[in-house]
Design a protein around this ligand. Sequence first.
Ligand code: HEM
Length: 145
Amino acid sequence: MSNINQCDRFRIVLYSIAMTQAAFQIQSTIIVLLMVIGIMLRSDKSKHVPMMSLVIAWDILLVLQIELTRSAIAKASQVTTNPMILNIHVTLATTTIVFYLFMIYYGRKLLKGDLSIKTIHRRMGLATFVLRMATYITSYFVVIR
Ligand code: HEM
């Protein structure tokens, strides 16, 4: 242990932060790609529903992972991020999660045969996709480098 000096320790911390954030960005990219595939499969409910359920569940898990490590990363790195972009990003991410809940609600109604809800599900689906893309793009501007 005594062989590791303060400078090495700092390097290890920075490396761990970079790895953690890379893991978040990789997951986020996969989620966005799966969402695109799920939307392309929208007319086949046997594929669309499981794909969208996976996207929503994984995205909520990703937000939890980020939240649980956020204070540790902020404390260890002490790097100031752009607060305006961060606020915009967090608002977009939170709104996306709220929209997911509506998508589950309307999606379940559609599954039960209520076709009157199809237009709302489609329009909200487009809005949810735009929100998720905006969350994805802004995430690159808040990441600590
Ligand atoms: C962010 C998540 C979601 C998006 C972006 C999305 C998007 C869409 C879109 C664009 C359509 C086509 C609507 C049309 O052709 O008028 C559709 C259809 C459908 N969605 Fe979703 N959806 C999502 C989540 C869900 C979930 C969670 C469920 C079920 C619980 C669901 C169930 C359905 C069903 C049953 C259909 C009709 C399929 C058919 O035509 O047979 N969706 N969705």
